[in-house]
Design a protein around this ligand. Structure first.
Ligand SMILES: *Cc1c(COP(=O)(O)O)cnc(C)c1O
Length: 220
């Protein structure tokens, strides 16, 4: 025990109450995740369904598990089974598959729509002009609960450069929230990583996903 706990305590001091810190634990070991939990973190974000399966089996449901990486169609069944929240829904097709698998196991799957806020062609996520329509379609699915939006934003040298993309995602979030009468639990805005979480919080994020500031740089 040591560095991870120190890092988390430092970050938690900078994060206002009401903002949830998700530890982004891709490529981190079960032991590292245990230390994160020991330090008071209640939600773990994983990128890969298979990798998460082993960790969830070892650690269990003492924490919430979020899928924060892209979800392939052939992994939907397993993802629905093991995750509490899928943050990366980016098409109606994917949402429909999730809905079907959730129905089979009598689960209501909580999801976020991933927004491609900078309109980058190589990035996952829904383009800004399609998010509202997708939210309305997802709201009709019976076994899915749409609880918010997530965005990565572009890789930038200076965190200030990412601010406009967080701003525009926030605006969309407020817009959907005000119109989505069907779903009262639409309340999460997941944006901000190690280099950008302060800006993200200023722009309204209430979930930040942090890896590097907790664990140090990834080696693999
Ligand atoms: C890895 C990852 C993070 C955390 O990134 P850091 O820069 O290490 O904090 C957050 N969100 C997603 C989707 C990630 O894949």
């Amino acid at each position: 025990m040591g560095i991870i706990k120190d890092n988390i305590e430092k970050v938690l001091k900078e994060i206002p109450s009401g903002v949830e810190l998700i530890a982004a634990t891709k490529k981190r070991s079960v032991e590292e995740i245990r230390e994160v939990i020991f330090s008071g973190i209640k939600t773990i974000g994983e990128n890969y369904v298979k990798e998460a399966e082993d960790k969830i089996e070892a650690i269990g449901s003492q924490v919430k598990w979020h899928l924060i990486g892209h979800l392939q169609k052939n992994k939907v069944k397993l993802a629905v089974k093991i995750f509490d929240v899928i943050e990366t829904v980016d098409s109606l097709e994917l949402a429909t598959l999730i809905d079907k698998e959730a129905e089979k196991i009598s689960k209501t799957m909580s999801v976020l729509i991933e927004v491609n806020s900078a309109g980058e062609s190589q990035k996952q996520g829904v383009s800004l002009d399609k998010v509202y329509e997708l939210s309305q379609e997802i709201a009709k699915l019976k076994n899915i609960k749409l609880i918010g939006l997530m965005t990565m934003g572009p890789v930038v040298a200076n965190p200030e450069q990412i601010r406009p993309f967080f701003k525009v995602t926030r605006k969309l979030f407020e817009d959907i929230k005000s119109k989505l009468v069907v779903n009262q639990e639409f309340c999460y805005l997941s944006m901000g990583m190690s280099g950008s979480y302060k800006v993200a919080i200023e722009e309204g994020a209430n979930i930040v996903r942090l890896g590097t500031v907790i664990f140090g740089p990834r080696e693999r």
